[in-house]
Design a protein around this ligand. Structure first.
Ligand code: ATP
Length: 363
């Protein structure tokens, strides 16, 4: 086995304990920021809390960290209760570390001194101190930058220093609050690779707050989708994409079209034949909302065959590897489809829908 492939010693205590969030509630005055939220997070899992601005993600993360108390429910790390209305373990005793959006490095300290500061505060000195700092820098691949000052680093490198600083104290859980929000698009993509790599090498339990669905899908093992303080769905990125519960989740994650059909049942897949037949029913009969992803729509420039529908091309956008077509059916409903050539706007194409997913009504 090559040296690079050897597992590095864990700095995170990963594998030790899962995190349980049990009906956690937080009120700010009259406003309920987090409403009976429950999640079981396995040790070593990479979890994203995803939702629009103001849905309570940061409040949930701050309750995990211990910066906010809880008004109801319970937070446990393994069998240890960290928070409940009666219990509040202070942040420094929770075995967790948090990385903020603004990485807040100390400008007058070198990279190595920034990283080592938390363990220096705890009185660590000498060889053990040096080894821990080296190990944390190695985990974020910044060993060569140990003596640099933060001002001489890129945004992505500064964020990696902040990560190393949180790892040095060997936490069981790392909490990240929109850590890529201040970086440009290119750097965000690079940092997504760094985060995945970092997770693979440390095996740490990561809870990552973001409002960016593509970031959550690219990074997380599991995603908790939140809306107005409540958990609306909890599952792997693939499950959320293929089997979103409601129209709201379907609209928030990935692209697609939502059509009314007279077929199917909520939470079930609808095959192409039944979907097409269900679209042809009368308006009154079409009471089930079905999601159709663009990759399940076949577009043909030939005149429509009997099993196909006719659609008018409303828009064509070039996306490099394909064209994105905005189509309109005779019913007035719109469809988003992909094609490798560009039809004329205003022309008609034949479409067949290969499968759909039946959504639950909004609560
Ligand atoms: P964003 O993506 O914009 O950061 P978020 O999902 O992280 O949003 P939170 O910051 O958790 O949302 O806020 C949830 C709700 O609680 C918001 O309506 C916010 O205004 C409110 N809130 C948060 N902190 C406080 C506070 N200290 N006092 C009063 N209200 C608060």
């Amino acid at each position: 086995m090559a040296e690079l492939d050897m597992p590095k010693p864990s700095m995170t205590g990963a594998g030790s304990a899962g995190l349980t969030i049990d009906r956690v509630t937080k009120h700010f005055g009259e406003h309920t920021a987090v409403d009976e939220l429950s999640l079981d997070i396995n040790a070593g899992e990479f979890v994203a809390l995803l939702g629009p601005s103001g849905c309570g993600k940061t409040t949930m993360l701050r309750m995990l960290a211990g910066f906010e108390s809880v008004n109801g429910g319970r937070i446990q790390l393994g069998s240890r209760t960290l928070a409940s209305p009666e219990t509040h373990v202070p942040p420094e005793q929770r075995d967790m570390a948090m990385v903020f959006q603004s990485y807040a490095l100390w400008p007058h300290m070198s990279v190595a001194d920034n990283v080592g500061y938390p363990i220096k505060l705890r009185g660590l000195r000498g060889t053990e101190y040096q080894q821990r700092v080296q190990q944390a820098l190695a985990l974020v691949e910044l060993e060569a930058y140990a003596e640099r000052m933060p001002q001489a680093l890129s945004g992505g490198q500064r964020q990696r220093v902040a990560l190393a600083r949180c790892l040095v104290s060997d936490p069981s859980v790392v909490l990240l609050d929109e850590p890529l929000a201040n970086l440009d698009r290119h750097l965000r993509a690079t940092m997504e690779h760094s985060f995945r790599d970092f997770h693979r090498r440390t095996g740490a339990t990561l809870v990552y707050v973001t409002h960016d669905q593509t970031e959550a899908m690219a990074l997380a093992d599991k995603i908790a989708v939140m809306k107005a303080g409540k958990l609306v769905q909890w599952g792997s990125p693939e499950t959320l994409y293929r089997e979103p519960r409601t129209a709201w989740v379907a609209g928030f994650i990935g692209q697609g079209s939502q059509l009314k059909v007279a077929a199917g049942h909520p939470g079930k897949r609808l095959e192409g034949g039944a979907l097409m037949a269900g679209l042809n029913a009368t308006e009154a009969e079409r009471s089930q909302l079905a999601l159709v992803r663009p990759e399940h729509i076949q577009v043909s420039m030939q005149p429509p065959a009997t099993h196909q529908l006719t659609a008018q091309v409303d828009s064509v956008i070039f996306r490099g590897e394909r064209f994105e077509l905005g189509l309109r059916l005779a019913s007035g409903e719109t469809l988003l489809a992909y094609h490798h050539t560009a039809p004329d706007v205003g022309s008609h194409v034949a479409v067949s829908l290969q499968q759909g997913w039946c959504l639950e009504p909004e609560q």
